[in-house]
Write a protein that binds this ligand. Structure first.
Ligand SMILES: Cc1cc2nc3c(=O)[nH]c(=O)nc-3n(C[C@H](O)[C@H](O)[C@H](O)COP(=O)(O)OP(=O)(O)OC[C@H]3O[C@@H](n4cnc5c(N)ncnc54)[C@H](O)[C@@H]3O)c2cc1C
Ligand SMILES: *[C@@H]1O[C@H](CO)[C@@H](O)[C@H](O)[C@H]1NC(C)=O
Ligand SMILES: *[C@@H]1O[C@H](CO)[C@@H](O)[C@H](O)[C@H]1NC(C)=O
Ligand SMILES: *[C@@H]1O[C@H](CO)[C@@H](O)[C@H](O)[C@H]1NC(C)=O
Ligand SMILES: *[C@@H]1O[C@H](CO)[C@@H](O)[C@H](O)[C@H]1NC(C)=O
Ligand SMILES: CC(=O)N[C@H]1CO[C@H](CO)[C@@H](O)[C@@H]1O
Length: 607
């Protein structure tokens, strides 16, 4: 019963710091039910955020029978509608946090409010439910580049040491790729494979890229350039989020609890000992509940939400916290070093005379998917192919990725009217039906850095402020426009010409009067796109001045608190961050089990 005694201490210290709450947990007034609630709210590990990393980690930690694990997720359970591969990403808005970047006067200028949408998932499975499912790991130079002289711990994060963690969860379903067993593996929970369904434009664009001198290779073998016929996180042509891959299959475990629709609002830290006791979460606004962690609280809320939670808990830059009268517990650069990949709209090709798609055809294709997991909806249309391109000599790695996305513009006079950039982008039919191909050049390793801070008026419930600074560094704009140049070269390629694919008539106001490079500079500044792959706000590193966690992902200066998701990455990797985030969670699971396991093979308690 030591547990209950220490619990009571935790509870009283916890509630005394919150002035508005009565002594709900005072021993004198506690009922039998309170007592039970209290006992049920003690865990070994509390995982904050059931997202990409959180679901994987919950699986690994709850596999240890002696450990009781709680996952707290702000969003709700996942729904089958989000499992259909062909459904375009705008349909995911109901399960997003709906964040936007701050207006800055030099990027996202013609986007609503002069700011860019930052889409991250608010659902069990997190962004692995709302993302494009592409399985890319980035390149060796990205991970090796995290090493700095004197920081021995970073050597553990060199690419060669990470491959085992990428492979641990992988179940690769394409034999030609699996043959390369240095990089790939099978038997893990995360199935990845190519879609079988391919349309003729897929081949056509592939041949156009080939004409540019690129070769089709596996995205994940550190090639500086490649045409990639992507592998996706799908099983039986159904999205495989980290929730469905890692969490669902173990939900029956008695020692694993999952609470959805609950937002963690504060980390509770013992101020003298600088030790984490647990968290406070709210199912309804203002209705606080505690969850205690005997061993550790692990933040997996992603690069934006982690910042809010840490700042609210007194962990962050002193000057920032002062603005909100938050007592500083630990002065750390939480929220700085924000990096997102960036792109632009405006570059699109029109396909000639694509017959209109009837509603009954679409409905019938949905039926086919539901019945047999096949047909066009068991694909991502033209998005299945992309090209990684090295623009400059110095890097020996790709600088940009030219991704493609189809859209169907419903207009008889499509070729005669100017379509707004917004209309060209807002996919209104599933991805496999299109008469327009958006060429989306992605800057893979942006130089511009921003920050995340608390909402000024409503720090607790308001949206965090994302000062993304997209395209702030002139070099980023240069690279993006160089990528557009390459995209435009596609129009001269044999197969594209033969198919009569032309530059689409897009209304590029206010850039339409400009010419050449000036025009594209203008377009990129006006029609900027934030990829929604934020990293870096809780970066790992050797000391408190420039990092938040150490190389074992423990928050500097606070005991019992780790961060395990994309926010710990010091810089971006040249690809998506879905696979890298799973790798981080896998590596963290290994570190956690090692740290809490005594040599004799049993586990000890922190207190
Ligand atoms: C449109 C789009 C497409 C993408 N496509 C790809 C792709 O094809 N390939 C790729 O590699 N990458 C892609 N990405 C990026 C990638 O999927 C994500 O960045 C990555 O999965 C992030 O993982 P995470 O664990 O850091 O955060 P998330 O997966 O976002 O998880 C965080 C979770 O924590 C929850 N949470 C946050 N705060 C709290 C709190 N206080 N209390 C309780 N719960 C909380 C959230 O609701 C969420 O579920 C895409 C991103 C976007 C926006
Ligand atoms: C912080 O406290 C000062 C002094 O008590 C007060 O004037 C100020 O309004 C407070 N600021 C906020 C953001 O609460
Ligand atoms: C794929 O899903 C369909 C539809 O639910 C089902 O009938 C089929 O058995 C599944 N196939 C596999 C290999 O799981
Ligand atoms: C389309 O835009 C171009 C350039 O702004 C303009 O010259 C042309 O008149 C527009 N066409 C239509 C049909 O609006
Ligand atoms: C912290 O680490 C960075 C990067 O290694 C280094 O440049 C800086 O000097 C270090 N600061 C202190 C105070 O050690
Ligand atoms: C820590 C904890 O609650 N462990 C329990 C995990 O589940 C097994 C079997 O259901 C129990 O025996 C343990 O007590």
């Amino acid at each position: 019963m030591i547990c209950v005694v220490s619990l009571f201490l935790v509870a009283s210290c916890l509630w005394s710091s919150s002035t508005s709450t009565p002594d709900l947990f005072s021993k004198a007034t506690r009922t039998r039910k309170d007592e039970l609630d209290l006992r049920n709210s003690v865990f070994d590990f509390v995982i904050v955020g059931g997202g990409t990393a959180g679901c994987l980690l919950a699986n690994r930690l709850s596999a240890v029978p002696e450990w009781k694990v709680l996952v707290i997720e702000a969003g709700e359970e996942e729904n089958i509608d989000y499992d259909i591969p062909g459904v375009p990403s705008k349909d995911y808005r109901p399960i997003l946090w709906n964040y936007r970047t701050e207006r800055n006067g030099y990027s996202c200028l013609s986007r609503p409010g002069g700011s860019c949408e930052v889409r991250t998932g608010k659902v069990l499975g997190g962004s692995s439910v709302t993302n494009d499912m592409k399985y890319t790991r980035g390149t060796k130079v990205d991970y090796d580049g995290w090493h700095r002289n004197g920081e021995i711990g970073s050597l553990e994060w060199k690419f060669g040491n990470l491959l085992e963690y990428f492979k641990a969860s992988e179940d690769n379903g394409d034999y030609d790729i699996l043959m390369n067993s240095h990089y790939h593996s099978r038997g893990g929970e995360m199935r990845v494979q190519r879609f079988k369904y391919a349309d003729r434009y897929l081949e056509l664009f592939t041949s156009a890229f080939t004409e540019m001198g690129l070769r089709t290779v596996d995205a994940n073998i550190n090639a500086p350039e490649a045409i990639v016929n992507h592998q996706f996180a799908v099983h039986n042509n159904t999205r495989l989020s980290t929730n469905s891959a890692f969490l669902k299959p173990v939900r029956h475990r008695k020692n694993l609890s999952v609470i959805t629709g609950a937002t963690v609002t504060r980390i509770v830290v013992d101020r003298q000992e600088k030790t984490v006791d647990g968290v406070i979460y709210e199912v309804e606004k203002g209705k606080e509940r505690p969850a205690y962690a005997k061993r550790e609280v692990i933040l997996t809320g992603g690069a934006i939400n982690n910042v809010k939670l840490l700042h609210m808990s007194g962990i962050g830059p002193k000057a920032e916290l002062k603005k909100h009268n938050i007592t500083v517990l630990m002065d750390l650069p939480v929220g700085t070093n924000y990096q997102d990949q960036v792109s632009t709209g405006g570059l699109a090709f029109a396909l000639p005379e694509v017959p209109p798609v009837s509603e009954s055809q679409v409905i019938s294709d949905f039926k086919t998917w539901f019945q047999s997991r096949s047909g066009p909806l068991a694909s991502r249309g033209i998005s299945q192919v992309s090209a990684f391109i090295q623009l400059y000599e110095q890097n020996n790695a790709p600088d940009v990725e030219l991704t493609l996305e189809g859209n169907f513009i419903r207009s008889d006079k499509f070729m005669l009217t100017n379509v707004s950039v917004q209309a060209a982008e807002e996919t209104n039919l599933p991805l496999p039906y299109y008469n327009l191909v958006n060429i989306i050049p992605v800057l893979l390793k942006p130089k511009s850095k921003g920050k995340v801070t608390l909402n000024k008026r409503n720090p607790k419930y308001g949206r965090p402020v994302i000062t993304a600074n997209l395209l702030k560094e002139p070099e980023d704009l240069e690279t993006l426009v160089d990528a557009i140049d390459i995209g435009l070269q596609l129009l001269d390629k044999k197969e594209i010409k033969k198919a009569e694919i032309k530059f689409a008539p897009i209304d590029l106001f206010p850039c339409d009067r400009l010419r050449n490079r000036d025009q594209w500079n203008c377009i990129a500044r006006h029609y900027t796109k934030a990829l929604g792959n934020p990293v870096g706000t809780c970066r790992m590193g050797g000391n408190v001045t420039d990092s938040v966690v150490d190389f074992e992902l423990r928050v500097h200066g606070i005991e019992g608190l780790r961060i395990v998701d994309a926010s710990v990455m010091p810089t971006h990797v040249r690809g998506g961050i879905f696979a890298p985030t799973m790798m981080i969670a896998e590596k963290a699971a290994k570190m956690l089990t090692k740290d809490w396991k005594e040599e004799k093979g049993f586990y000890y308690n922190r207190r």
